[in-house]
Design a protein around this ligand. Structure first.
Ligand SMILES: Cc1ncc(COP(=O)(O)O)c(C=O)c1O
Length: 345
């Protein structure tokens, strides 16, 4: 059971797939134009690993590139199973809740969901009761809630669990990337990162995993197929983390500033229309609509606008909707259309 946003047709306004509204940066577009596919990529990805490691201040042996965060998450769960974990504790609602549950069961991991507590305004991590033979899977910032968990809270989980997989696909677009556990050195930690959202190219498929644990990394590389990252993704990522790393850092800083501005505009507009909006730290917001979200979804789709209803997420109800931050013009159009729908026009 796989449910994702982003299944939009040409010309539709996509508020469903959480892409950085400033993406792609010019140097990435230029790198892509130079891509060619006549040879295999270097299957050791030595240069790419060095570039990723240098950018993050970790050792070359502590990172490995993957075909998007998605592949990194699947491989990490398989590694957890191979290490003898018995249960997967998913902090929910979470990206891929049901699909990871299905995969865990298939490979012999029991699944429990820890539902994050929430008040009227925000979600928090809560008391994750992890045990030694558990692998804990969570996203930080959390998709779909937009909450950013503090390092201290996460370290408590790491201290209790057998293995912790933290999906940081959005951390560089969040208000505080220093909440990352990249480079933190915990031997039972895997951090999964992605360029997808940051550079706005979901079709390129590039991310990486970090773990300081040599045994975990060895298993990870055994589980991953050879040439899992295509030549173009390899080239672009080497450019982003190498030659253009200075430009990339500035691009991310500007992205965070603009995401905050656009998010405030979106949140204010939705609140004025009677939505309950949960506090978000990142480039999407979780809200509860004044009408059923399936009705809102269908009505917006008729106008060529796509939002994400909570299919595939645990613990969300019939009024929840997740909306990406896209920039003032697009958000104005969304808000106008929602207003018309609510007024029955
Ligand atoms: C939290 C989270 N993790 C991972 C992914 C998948 O990222 P990628 O395209 O890098 O596989 C997504 C995509 O929506 C996501 O929201």
């Amino acid at each position: 059971m796989k449910y994702h946003g982003g299944l939009t047709k040409r010309g539709e306004l996509d508020f469903s797939s959480n892409i950085n509204p400033l993406a792609p940066p010019g140097f990435v577009t230029r790198l892509i134009k130079e891509c060619e596919y006549s040879t295999y990529p270097d299957y050791t990805y030595a240069d790419l690993r060095s570039a990723i490691a240098a950018f993050n201040g970790v050792g070359d042996g502590e990172v490995t590139p993957v075909n998007g965060a998605s592949e990194g998450l699947y491989a990490s769960l398989m590694v957890a199973r191979l290490l003898g974990m018995r249960r997967c504790l998913i902090v929910s609602p979470n990206y891929g809740d049901l699909e990871f549950e299905e995969y865990c069961r298939l490979i012999g991991l029991r699944v429990t969901h820890h539902l994050m507590p929430h008040g009227d305004s925000s979600y928090v991590l809560g008391d994750v009761k992890a045990q030694r033979d558990d692998v804990v899977l969570l996203s930080n910032p959390s998709n779909p809630t937009g909450a950013l968990h503090g390092r201290g809270e996460l370290i408590n989980v790491i201290n209790d669990a057998g293995l912790v997989i933290i999906d940081e696909a959005y951390i560089n677009l969040s208000v505080n990337p220093s909440m990352s556990l990249m480079g933190s050195g915990y031997s039972n930690l895997i951090v999964v990162r992605s360029l997808t959202k940051e550079i706005g190219l979901p079709g390129l498929r590039i991310g990486y995993v970090y773990t300081p644990n040599a045994q975990v990394m060895e298993l990870m590389r055994t589980v991953l197929p050879s040439w899992n990252v295509n030549s173009c993704a390899d080239k672009v990522a080497r450019g982003v983390y190498g030659e253009y790393s200075g430009e990339y850092v500035s691009f991310l800083e500007e992205s965070r500033r603009e995401v905050s501005r656009f998010r405030s505009f979106l949140v204010n507009g939705l609140i004025e229309l009677g939505f309950k909006v949960y506090e978000s730290t990142v480039n999407f917001v979780l809200a509860e609509a004044p009408i059923e979200s399936s009705k809102l979804y269908e009505s917006l789709l008729n106008k060529g606008i796509v939002v994400r209803i909570p299919k595939g997420f645990m613990g969300l109800g019939g009024k929840h909707v997740r909306i990406a931050v896209r920039g003032i013009n697009d958000e104005e159009r969304l808000i106008e259309e929602v207003k018309r729908i609510l007024n029955g026009a």
